[in-house]
Design a protein around this ligand. Structure first.
Ligand code: M6R
Length: 329
């Protein structure tokens, strides 16, 4: 049942390419230029009337929501907030009938997320759920559902469900962008092509698991670790940090790279591992200058970046790991 893998988490990590393909299947038209979401009840008029978006979820799904915030703000140009579900209803959020509330839940059964859904509906908001379980409480109660087709996630630590939630956010963002005319057809087609290239890239990434294992062995001797990044890298760093804590019981913190100097830098001392995510071109130089700050304090830095930046970054870091992408023309 574990398909030859040692445990379910590993199996599910390797199921990501399939989960992406399944989640995209039927939601991108044959021309590769449009996202189609026939399951949505939300009509064009309602979409044009959306004034703000609130994304609400717990844990890993919340971290997916942090990425979702950037995706929707950038593609659709609507203000988006992302909240932890257990906080949402106690902060008296401003919810109106023009608010689109997106709840994200792998299981579709998380109590706080379900309570947030009900709170939003009681204020007249349209609630769209991104969930992996058809027929779950959240799927049943939401006004709209985008199902991630990641297949059952048995491991407690979420992996393929998280990355499939990101796919769902991109599909939704592109769909809303087309209806609201906030992206050109070329920009939409470009992102779709990049998404379609993903499963194969992830397959290649997974074939490099041994290199990652070596690094994991080095950090296993430490008790504390930092993840740093800016923008989307920071959002992903938060999920990386949660996963590390949950699985290895190594304490770690994710920090926006530019925020460390406001106090926390004092904790960076000799040989403490810092995983620096540097995949955001627009802030790459700034991230590199933050990497230099931690290096100056003796940290052991491992950078995750694009292939073309590995050589440059190796001047400032101890190790660099390339994620595989190719720029779609
Ligand atoms: O089923 P949900 O997505 O609503 O679960 C929310 C969190 O409990 C969950 O994402 C949790 O943080 C992960 N399993 C951690 O890996």
């Amino acid at each position: 049942e574990k398909g030859g893998f040692e445990h379910f988490m590993l199996k599910e990590i390797h199921e990501q390419p399939k989960a992406y393909r399944d989640t995209m299947r039927g939601r991108i038209d044959a021309s590769g230029k449009h996202v189609v979401l026939p399951e949505l009840k939300l009509n064009s008029e309602q979409i044009k009337n959306i004034r703000n978006v609130q994304i609400v979820a717990c844990g890993t799904a919340y971290h997916a929501g942090l990425v979702g915030r950037s995706v929707i703000e950038q593609l659709v140009k609507i203000p988006v907030e992302t909240d932890v579900a257990s906080e949402y209803r106690y902060r008296s959020p401003i919810i109106t009938p023009e608010t689109l509330v997106i709840v994200v839940s792998q299981s579709g059964e998380t109590t706080d997320t379900l309570a947030a859904l009900r709170e939003a509906q009681s204020h007249g908001a349209h609630v769209l759920a991104i969930t992996n379980v058809v027929g779950s409480s959240i799927a049943r109660d939401a006004d709209d559902v985008i199902t991630t087709l990641a297949g059952p996630e048995i491991a407690v630590a979420s992996t393929k469900a998280y990355t499939s939630q990101l796919i769902a956010f991109y599909l939704l963002g592109l769909y809303l962008a087309e209806v609201r005319g906030t992206q050109t057809p070329e920009q939409i087609a470009h992102i779709i092509a990049a998404m379609q290239a993903l499963p194969e890239q992830v397959e290649k990434m997974l074939s490099q698991a041994d290199a990652i294992k070596d690094f994991a062995e080095q950090i296993s001797k430490h008790e504390d670790l930092f993840f740093i990044g800016r923008g989307l890298d920071y959002a992903v760093a938060q999920e990386g940090s949660l996963k590390l804590k949950e699985i290895s019981y190594i304490h770690s913190e994710a920090y926006p790279a530019g925020e460390l100097k406001h106090g926390t830098l004092a904790l960076i001392e000799d040989e403490i591992p810092v995983i620096a995510l540097a995949t955001q071109e627009s802030v790459l130089e700034k991230t590199v200058s933050n990497i230099k700050e931690v290096k100056a304090r003796g940290a052991e830095v491992m950078a995750i970046t694009f292939e073309e930046h590995v050589a440059g970054l190796l001047k400032s870091v101890d190790q660099a790991f390339a994620i595989i992408t190719h720029i779609v023309p």
